[in-house]
Design a protein around this ligand. Structure first.
Ligand SMILES: Nc1ncnc2c1ncn2[C@@H]1O[C@H](COP(=O)(O)OP(=O)(O)O)[C@@H](O)[C@H]1O
Ligand SMILES: Nc1ccn([C@@H]2O[C@H](COP(=O)(O)O)[C@@H](O)[C@H]2O)c(=O)n1
Length: 308
């Protein structure tokens, strides 16, 4: 994640209110996938294509957050284990589920939040370098287990799963962990075989079924990324027509499930204000179906609509 929004801070304070006329409830997109599948790279590409990456972080319409910021703090005994690659960072218990949930809820209420960055070299949260997340129209939340916790899963308006084969992921993880996370080869391989691979199979891979869109080959899949970018662009361009994020999410989820064009529901949702949106989304839907058949992207018929 880009760290330009880092701020020195002495605490973990969330939920700063913004003036009421500026309140935005964002469209929340979860991005899951195994380690080194390309989740951050996919999010970065989406941000770049939307012209957000170079923008001042206070002005961004689209922001990206990593689940790493919600690792729980380790006890001294756990820290010693972690130093010897004997702590399981791929188990759901390694995360602070409550804090993740509360923070996402604050974000959905349009609040500014501050979250710590994560230091892989010390296996700890870095409260000295807080990331400030300003209210945005679209928030991407990426991590290995973002779909694991039901309460958190239900918050997403759209769920993407980055599906990269495990050999490729291991081949990418080894150099990354050595060069960027201060590990040695032996430690990376031991951790991978002991914890990462089994936990992927037990906790991460089964969450693929919750995804609305599965992205085979991760960031290499430019077709899938273009589609998602187009979807977000439609959202950003048309948000003002439909008003609330809930209406937009209903509208777009119906479209992905292939129902918008089937009858009165989609037309009703668009009544009076959204015919341009309706047509754009129908065109987009047709394109998605064609591309799905060509194996560039899989659209799952997941009908979980947002509960708010
Ligand atoms: N399509 C790709 N081709 C080559 N290297 C990639 C590709 N996608 C990601 N990487 C590299 O693999 C590593 C893991 O990618 P990253 O996006 O950080 O994965 P994740 O966020 O899923 O852990 C990084 O070093 C990244 O630069
Ligand atoms: N102190 C830590 C914390 C996490 N990990 C590993 O990071 C992986 C998740 O991050 P990705 O960018 O790869 O999705 C996860 O598989 C943990 O094993 C770590 O090694 N050390």
């Amino acid at each position: 994640m880009d760290n330009t929004n880092k701020e020195k801070s002495d605490g973990f304070v969330n939920g700063d209110a913004v003036p009421s006329e500026e309140i935005k409830s964002p469209f929340l997109i979860g991005v899951a996938g195994g380690t080194a599948s390309g989740k951050s790279t996919v999010c970065k590409k989406i941000m770049e294509q939307l012209g957000q990456a170079e923008m001042d972080h206070t002005q961004r319409q689209v922001v990206s957050i990593s689940q790493d910021s919600f690792y729980r703090e380790l006890t001294p005994a756990e820290k010693l284990k972690a130093q010897k690659s004997k702590f399981n960072f791929d188990h759901p218990d390694a995360f602070n589920e409550e804090l993740m949930y509360e923070t996402l809820q604050s974000i959905l209420k349009g609040h500014k939040v501050k979250i710590p960055s994560y230091d892989y070299r010390t296996n700890s949260l870095d409260f000295e370098n807080m990331l400030v997340i300003y209210p945005a129209d679209v928030v991407l939340f990426e991590g290995i287990l973002v779909f694991y916790f039901p309460k958190i899963r239900d918050l997403f308006h759209m769920k993407l799963f980055v599906d990269t084969d495990s050999d490729t992921r291991l081949a990418r993880r080894v150099p990354r962990d050595i060069n960027e996370r201060g590990r040695d080869l032996d430690a990376v391989l031991t951790q991978y075989m002991t914890f990462v691979k089994p936990a992927f199979e037990e906790f991460c891979s089964p969450t693929k079924k919750f995804a609305d869109v599965i992205i085979p080959r991760g960031a290499d899949n430019t077709v899938a990324i273009d589609l998602i970018v187009q979807h977000i662009r439609d959202f950003l361009n048309n948000r003002s027509y439909l008003g609330s994020t809930t209406n937009m999410a209903l509208y777009m989820n119906m479209d992905l499930c292939g129902n918008v064009g089937d009858g009165a529901v989609g037309a009703d949702a668009a009544s009076g204000s959204g015919n341009g949106t309706y047509n754009a989304i129908r065109r987009f839907s047709t394109l998605c179906k064609e591309l799905t058949m060509k194996g560039n992207v899989f659209f799952e018929t997941n009908k979980n609509l947002p509960h708010h």
